[in-house]
Design a protein. Structure first.
Length: 183
């Protein structure tokens, strides 16, 4: 199942024995493999989780859970100890991709990232939703309404590299063929 990053952020995380573990504040990921390495949570229970730190931000390994108004873990709080570690600022955060400029392999501006999509079955970053730039819309010969913006979803397999800017592996024609227009 694919969900936007915003669906996870600010959700309360509850253990199966009804303890509030914390609140999700971000997702840490590997920018090369594009897999989620941990859910970054703010907690007041770091000593109970025995994460080796009194920090109030911890990483919990991704696993199967039930997502509704809260994120319900499938284990009691005592069983979370092996899945928790202190947060590490050296690991990239998905929220850092929001508002990043996206360019083609020949450095033409495609647009700006508005949403990051995550496949929670595989815990992989599956795609980016990009608000297309006016120049990109014209280069792709697309039509838009007078006040409307066009958002397109592009799979992460198109990403060549990402740092302060995201470079796609293709020109405007390649991107047009592989993107999906979203509302």
């Amino acid at each position: 199942m694919q969900i936007p990053l915003g669906s996870l952020k600010d959700k309360k995380m509850i253990s199966s024995d009804a303890y509030e573990v914390g609140e999700i504040i971000d997702i840490r990921y590997d920018p090369f493999e594009r897999n989620v390495v941990g859910l970054r949570i703010r907690t007041k229970r770091s000593e109970m989780l025995a994460a080796g730190s009194r920090k109030t931000t911890l990483l919990i390994l991704p696993e199967n859970f039930i997502l509704n108004d809260v994120l319900l873990l499938n284990r009691p709080i005592e069983a979370l100890k092996d899945a928790v570690s202190p947060d590490n600022d050296n690991i990239a955060s998905l929220s850092s991709l929001i508002s990043s400029k996206v360019v083609t392999k020949d450095n033409q501006l495609v647009g700006t990232v508005t949403t990051v999509m995550i496949n929670i079955d595989t815990w992989k970053v599956s795609s980016l939703v990009i608000r297309l730039d006016k120049g990109a819309i014209e280069a792709m010969k697309m039509k838009k309404g007078f006040f409307s913006k066009i958002n397109a979803e592009i799979g992460t397999e198109m990403i060549l590299s990402s740092s302060d800017m995201i470079h796609l592996n293709g020109n405007m024609d390649d991107i047009r063929e592989r993107m999906t227009i979203v509302e």
